[in-house]
Write a protein that binds this ligand. Structure first.
Ligand SMILES: NC(=O)C1=CN([C@@H]2O[C@H](COP(=O)(O)OP(=O)(O)OC[C@H]3O[C@@H](n4cnc5c(N)ncnc54)[C@H](OP(=O)(O)O)[C@@H]3O)[C@@H](O)[C@H]2O)C=CC1
Ligand SMILES: N[C@@H](CC=O)C(=O)O
Length: 331
């Protein structure tokens, strides 16, 4: 059986999830792909942290060491922020290594450039995990709605915000207590500023905009509002009126202009997003042929995000195998 060599960039919530998923689903991967997946290296920042990683795996803070691994097939990138993720992924693609990323901050800005680079280099770049955690929204748009013209996307794209709003309403938790819980559960980023300010949902919305419309609106013209100004009292008042606060990201086209917004909206039970609770995300698509489709599922957390990355991985290997059978097939 052939071996696929993989490296993990980052071993936090998501990186560790990918590590666990590869081990727990090795059998399924074997059966599906006819390969054994071997994690050969893990990139981290702090060498002194205790980690449960097999002793034969290279654990390093030096990305060069990973690039120098012979016949490395794929990297799973789950580190934080634009840099060094962008530089590392460029270097990996240049070396002909397939890339799977969860890093939306980096991808919202540099995704197009990396996709272009990957095409030139004939490697695969997959990014399902950047948007809506375990919900297969990227794949749905890419593969299942190729002929449809999508006219509008509206969704709850940040699991942490939705979790906080739900906990404040259902359990009467303070904002701080709910955020703390979201951090403990691995939903919120280590620095949760982007989650609660709306920036995280904005990055995901920009990734969807690129996918759906082939372009993004001018970032500085998009109104971005988070959930920090919503008080417990406001949430309770709305609850008594049968309404809920939902943090909603929306994008549509008006003529040639892309209109986008990210903000809390008060909705009643007639609104499909009223029912989306806790860490769940949901994305409603309006499309020319099919009409309305809503996808819903866990929007953050270790295993849902790892699931998105493993599914990307399976698709890359299958595509690679197909390409080897039909060499003329372009990526
Ligand atoms: N948590 C979630 O539910 C989701 C997260 N994401 C995205 O996935 C990525 C990872 O998230 P998450 O796992 O939660 O984050 P964590 O903060 O839990 O983990 C980040 C990991 O990256 C490593 N790291 C950070 N900076 C560097 C660097 N400069 N060089 C090498 N390693 C580095 C850290 O190393 P060390 O351990 O040494 O500190 C750590 O292992 C982020 O981009 C996030 O936005 C996407 C979808 C869902
Ligand atoms: N912090 C993010 C994680 C997933 O992208 C969120 O809460 O949605």
């Amino acid at each position: 059986m052939s071996v696929i060599k993989a490296a993990l960039l980052g071993f936090g919530t998501v990186g560790e999830g990918v590590y666990t998923a590869i081990h727990s689903h090795q059998q399924q991967l074997n059966e599906l792909l006819g390969v054994r997946v071997e994690i050969v290296a893990v990139l981290i920042r702090d060498k002194n942290k205790k980690r449960d990683i097999e002793s034969n795996i290279l654990v390093t803070t030096d990305f060069e060491e990973i690039l120098n691994i012979r016949d490395l097939d794929v990297v799973f990138e789950a580190i934080v922020g634009e840099e060094p993720g962008y530089t590392y992924l460029k270097q990996a693609i240049d070396k002909g290594i397939h890339v799977i990323t969860a890093n939306k901050v980096m991808f919202a800005k540099y995704g197009q450039e990396l996709i272009h680079k990957a095409k030139q280099r004939n490697v695969k770049l997959a990014f399902e995990a950047t948007t809506a955690g375990g919900v297969p929204i990227i794949r749905t748009i890419q593969r299942l709605l190729q002929v449809n013209r999508i006219t509008k996307v509206q969704g709850i794209l940040n699991g942490t915000s939705n979790f906080i709003l739900t906990k404040m309403r259902e359990n009467k938790l303070s904002f701080e207590a709910a955020l703390h819980l979201a951090q403990q559960k691995g939903y919120a980023e280590a620095d949760p500023t982007n989650d609660i300010s709306g920036k995280d949902a904005f990055c995901k919305l920009m990734i969807l905009s690129q996918l759906v419309f082939g372009e993004q609106p001018c970032w500085s013209e998009v109104k971005i509002e988070g959930i920090t100004s919503i008080s417990q009292q406001q949430i309770e008042e709305k609850e008594h009126q049968g309404q809920r606060y939902k943090h909603i990201a929306e994008i549509y086209k008006e003529g040639k202009l892309i209109k986008a917004s990210v903000k809390p909206i008060i909705v009643d039970s007639n609104h499909p997003l009223y029912w989306i609770e806790g860490v769940e995300n949901a994305i409603a698509l309006e499309a020319s042929l099919v009409g309305n489709i809503t996808l819903q599922g866990p929007g953050a957390g270790k295993m849902p995000t790892a699931s998105a990355m493993i599914e990307d991985f399976a698709e890359i290997v299958q595509h690679q195998q197909l390409q080897e059978k039909i060499p003329a097939l372009q990526m």
